[in-house]
Design a protein around this ligand. Structure first.
Ligand SMILES: O=C(O)CCC(=O)C(=O)O
Ligand code: NI
Length: 264
């Protein structure tokens, strides 16, 4: 059992961010939500689907399922198994309350209709010394610089510093994309690690299952080892603002008619 207690969802848990939370996100580049925003039952549904994917880890294509630890592709026990494109591999995730609530959360922060551009899951097996070291997600996708996006790290069980919760370094006016190198300086590693990180400002974000942290692609973050007896699982969703749909020919003609009549 991953959640420490059964929690029905109170009506007032339905998420509406306060202005203070939105301002904090804008200032720091991250936000830890302070209460679960899905019921324990809905959390279990999502957890079961992600668990099912990790049970099939060895059968999944190796370009989607691999180790974020020292060596990306290898047989046997994995240090930090990651599965990419989970919505394509397990489309039932799209119908979960967790997905709907995370999309609402992204829409609140981005202030518009949003699209989930990427989604992955990371397992931290019990008693793994492997940390996901400091990095900026933008280093993996520098072509997305300037895109208004939020990355939601949804906790599938209670997380804290003992099992590897998220830690962030607040953005400031000096924030920029730092140089990154492959983990351990090894060409066999997939994970990128940032150089020159000032860890003294790091903030750990313990969460109950069903809560989430949100961060910007530029915000520095890491997770520590999992020293507990249970694996630590997270489902991560990247949302960006949906581009406005181009107007249809008919709509463009009507618009021109209206403009002409205004200037007539
Ligand atoms: O779950 C982890 O250990 C790392 C997650 C992460 O780096 C991310 O969500 O961008
Ligand atoms: Ni990351």
């Amino acid at each position: 059992m991953w959640a420490s207690s059964r929690r029905p969802l109170a009506r007032d848990s339905l998420l509406v961010l306060s202005q203070q939370q939105i301002d904090r996100f804008d200032r720091d580049g991250f936000l830890a939500l302070d209460r679960p925003f899905v019921s324990t039952d809905d959390l279990e549904v999502a957890r079961r689907l992600i668990d099912g994917l990790f049970e099939r880890f060895d059968e999944l294509p190796s370009d989607l399922a691999y180790d974020l630890g020292d060596v990306q592709l290898h047989d046997g026990p994995q240090q930090l198994p990651e599965i990419n494109d989970v919505l394509r591999l397990e489309p039932r995730l799209l119908t979960t309350a967790a997905f709907a609530r995370c999309r609402d959360l992204a829409a609140e922060l981005l202030g518009n209709k949003v699209k989930c551009s990427f989604s992955h899951a990371i397992n931290k097996p019990s008693h793994t010394g492997a940390a996901r070291e400091w990095h900026q997600d933008l280093a993996d996708a520098p072509h997305l610089a300037g895109v208004d996006a939020v990355h939601i790290w949804f906790a599938l069980q209670d997380v804290n510093e003992a099992n590897g919760c998220m830690r962030f370094i607040p953005d400031d006016e000096h924030s920029r994309l730092l140089p990154h190198r492959q983990r351990g300086g090894s060409s066999l590693a997939h994970a990128l690690v940032a150089d020159g990180v000032d860890r003294t400002r790091a903030i750990a974000c313990p969460l109950q299952g069903g809560m989430a942290t949100v961060h910007r692609p530029m915000t520095l973050h890491s997770t520590g080892p999992n020293t507990t007896h249970e694996p630590r699982l997270a489902w991560i969703m990247h949302f960006h603002r949906e581009a406005p749909r181009p107007l249809s020919v008919r709509a463009r003609r009507s618009l021109s008619r209206i403009k002409r009549s205004l200037h007539a």
